[in-house]
Design a protein. Sequence first.
Length: 81
Amino acid sequence: MPEPRPEPSVDPSFPPEAAEERCFVCDLCGQTFDGLPEGSGLFMWTRGSEVRTEEPPLCRACASRLVLGAFHVYQDDSSEG
């Protein structure tokens, strides 16, 4: 069973209060913002038998657009069946 993932975009080496004071750059639009990211993307790839993941931070607007876009794709796929 895979290990549970940490909270999105929260670096385990930083205490939660430090994360709220950090500055992030949205991976999608490049906007800089303070505080915790509103969401994160998910990149997955393999190297041999090892599966690697990366969860880049997203601003509120991009996180919302990504969720809505995924929802529409899911709705289109489920209505075809």
